[in-house]
Design a protein around this ligand. Structure first.
Ligand SMILES: [Zn+2]
Ligand SMILES: [Zn+2]
Length: 341
């Protein structure tokens, strides 16, 4: 059965070793040490980390796959498929999401990235009340449509894909928005009008007014404070729009702009794994045919026998010392540091 299983050994990474050895202690000490500063520990955090610790662990079972042509067999370990945490599963998700956007969603027009950031002193509202993040996003959208309206003189509806990011490059609390935006929008007659340049400081000013208006309406900020902040030369609201998207688009109808987001298709999963790993786990190593799952092996006794038979190991080594772990864990957050601090 040698060669039936190709482990990728996530347990040898710094991230895995740190969590394997310290996550229980972190949970036990969270309330006393971190809750005051970082707020309530959301249950999803524990759930995601526990799933990540099982990702690719042979002890959690296998799928047995077989080639219908030459009957070759392999074992495939289970992935956690968590979002935004497991480096392996997250990169597959990104690939899948990007592919779906390019092929189904994006219009055949130029796009750019627009990043919206807020003043440091306002971060605290979004840190303790994540529901406000949705409204922050709508503030970004309103300021953008307003900007297009002011610069072109007509009501344009831009195409926007919005991503809320709650942390900065040092994994600090730093709520900000990444928008992928069409360079222009559709006017009332359904015609796309191009706006090739965005004046970041003007858009930042509109964004600041929207956010402050919203915080005042929620009675989180007094109107006097909002006015004072707006009168400062550097308000702390920033926009960065200089990054243009490189898209090789399949031309699609403008009508798609009205379409609702649909759930990601799951059928492309193996295809995406192939793109990331450059090895298609479902491709027969002997004849190149497409292998099929014939069974899931999750019974502990069976799984243990297979692990013994194949001499599989999945043991997290001791954790690295803190000063070397920190920079390496930070490298996992591979966001450009330019506008994240
Ligand atoms: Zn995973
Ligand atoms: Zn085959």
């Amino acid at each position: 059965m040698a060669g039936l299983y190709r482990p990728r050994h996530p347990e040898r990474t710094v991230l895995y070793r740190v969590l394997f050895h310290y996550f229980d202690r972190f949970l036990a000490e969270y309330e006393g040490r971190f809750e005051k500063e970082s707020g309530f520990l959301r249950p999803v955090i524990k759930e995601v980390v526990e799933r990540y610790l099982d990702c690719g662990n042979p002890r959690c079972g296998f799928a047995r796959i077989r080639c219908p042509d030459c009957h070759a067999e392999r074992l495939l370990m289970f992935s956690c498929r968590t979002r935004g945490f497991c480096p392996s599963c997250h990169s597959k998700r990104l690939e899948e999401w990007g592919e779906w956007m390019r092929e189904t969603l994006l219009l055949d027009v130029p796009h750019r990235q627009v990043v919206f950031t807020i003043p440091r002193m306002l971060r605290i509202f979004f840190k303790y009340n994540r529901r406000l993040l949705g409204e922050l996003c709508r503030c970004g959208l309103r300021s953008l449509t307003r900007y297009f309206q002011v610069t072109t003189g007509s009501e344009l509806m831009p195409g926007v894909i919005a991503a809320i990011q709650t942390f900065g490059a040092r994994i600090n609390a730093h709520p900000h928005l990444h928008f992928l935006v069409t360079e222009g929008g559709v006017d009332e007659g359904g015609v796309f009008q191009k706006v090739s340049r965005i004046d970041d400081s003007r858009l930042a000013e509109l964004f600041g007014r929207e956010v402050l208006g919203f915080l005042v309406s929620k009675e989180l900020l007094s109107p006097e404070w909002a006015d004072r902040l707006l009168s400062w030369r550097h308000t702390g609201f920033n926009v960065h729009s200089r990054v243009r998207a490189r898209t090789n688009l399949v031309p699609v109808a403008l009508g798609l702009i009205e379409e609702e987001l649909r759930p990601l298709p799951s059928k492309g999963w193996a295809e995406m794994i192939r793109k990331v790993d450059e090895v298609d786990p479902m491709l027969c190593p002997k004849c190149g045919g497409l292998m099929r799952v014939i069974a899931f092996l999750t019974d502990y006794a069976v799984v243990d026998r297979i692990i013994d038979h194949l001499n599989l190991t999945f043991v997290a080594e001791r954790p690295p010392p803190a000063h070397s772990a920190y920079p390496e864990v930070l490298m996992v957050a591979d966001t450009p540091a330019e506008y994240l601090s």
